[in-house]
Design a protein around this ligand. Structure first.
Ligand SMILES: C[S@@+](CC[C@H](N)C(=O)[O-])C[C@H]1O[C@@H](n2cnc3c(N)ncnc32)[C@H](O)[C@@H]1O
Length: 216
């Protein structure tokens, strides 16, 4: 391999993306407050990622928590028409602050992933929308990428028949019924799809390695 990249996967307990970069020979580490479930504790930094965001990584990919920012939580942000839940909005603003720390981290190449945010949170414009069905999985789950210095991901395997991975939580009738399509926990549902992780590792590592060195 020509060059080993130092890669931080922030807010990743599954190690799905970390393992794809390791597979290609790169020095990738997951970082999460929780234990890793990916089977490689030797590649896992189990603590708050904030200090790591200031260090000298070639590439940072972040999956910050979305619970209080996501459009899927609209019904809890607006419990009755026209009224906003102040405590939830406060948590949404805190989540935005953390999201922006990830996006403004100290690395030349950065990708931050999140679902569609609520407008009121005021996140910056995203770079790209991707779907699991573009990367070999028979599911839809709208996923947004905010990219710095990186090209958009190119779909690798478009699946024409797919179903929603998660129910829409915005409809009143479904209130309280999470994950009706699959009997999975919230933690399971937020793990990155392997096809997307593979595309990130393959496409972005080649892109970064092929960039011309900075001129003096
Ligand atoms: C939406 S989940 C992302 C899961 C990820 N896609 C995966 O495959 O593991 C957000 C993750 O951020 C972690 N997290 C929240 N705050 C954090 C912090 N300050 N430092 C590190 N991890 C954090 C949570 O523990 C959770 O695992």
């Amino acid at each position: 391999m020509e060059k080993k990249l130092k890669v931080l996967i922030a807010c990743e307990e599954s190690q799905t993306v970390t393992k794809e970069f390791r597979q290609l020979g790169h020095d990738a580490y997951s970082c999460d407050l929780q234990d890793c479930s990916g089977g490689h504790p030797e590649w896992h930094l189990k603590y708050d990622v904030i200090e790591e965001l200031k260090k000298d990584w070639d590439l940072i990919i972040a999956h910050p928590p979305c619970t209080f920012m996501s459009k899927a939580g609209a019904r809890w942000m607006y419990p009755t028409a026209g009224n906003i839940c102040d405590s939830r909005l406060k948590k949404g603003i805190e989540a935005k602050d953390f999201f922006l720390k990830c996006l403004n981290a100290n690395a030349k190449y950065i990708a931050v992933e999140n679902p569609q945010p609520l407008k009121i949170i005021g996140l910056p414009d995203y770079s790209q929308i991707i779907q699991p069905y573009q990367f070999g999985h028979p599911f839809s789950k709208k996923t947004l990428l905010w990219l710095k210095g990186l090209p958009n991901l190119v779909p690798t395997d478009i699946v024409s028949e797919f179903k929603p991975y998660l129910p829409s939580n915005t409809g009143g009738k479904k209130r309280g019924q999470s994950f009706m399509f699959k009997n999975i926990t919230q933690k399971e549902s937020s793990k990155t799809f392997t096809g997307i992780a593979k595309a990130m590792a393959e496409q972005w590592s080649v892109y970064i390695i092929n960039q011309p060195p900075p001129t003096a």
